[in-house]
Unconditional design. Structure first.
Length: 63
């Protein structure tokens, strides 16, 4: 990730964490088992992975 500055990663991390919170608010409104529900669960998981990797790159995780 050498092509991204810490500022780039920090801004992207804020956006991703905001998107995760918004998705989590919508999730209870969707009927389990529907394609929309499944897709949103998978998106949340993908965003959490991205967030974790960015935090690790920024040194925000104690790994």
């Amino acid at each position: 990730m050498d092509e991204f500055t810490k500022e780039d990663l920090t801004a992207a991390l804020r956006a991703i964490d905001s998107t995760i919170r918004k998705c989590e608010k919508v999730l209870p409104k969707l009927k389990p088992g529907t394609s929309s529900h499944t897709l949103l669960i998978r998106r949340i998981k993908a965003f959490r992975i991205a967030s974790s990797l960015m935090k690790r790159e920024l040194g925000l995780l104690g790994l």
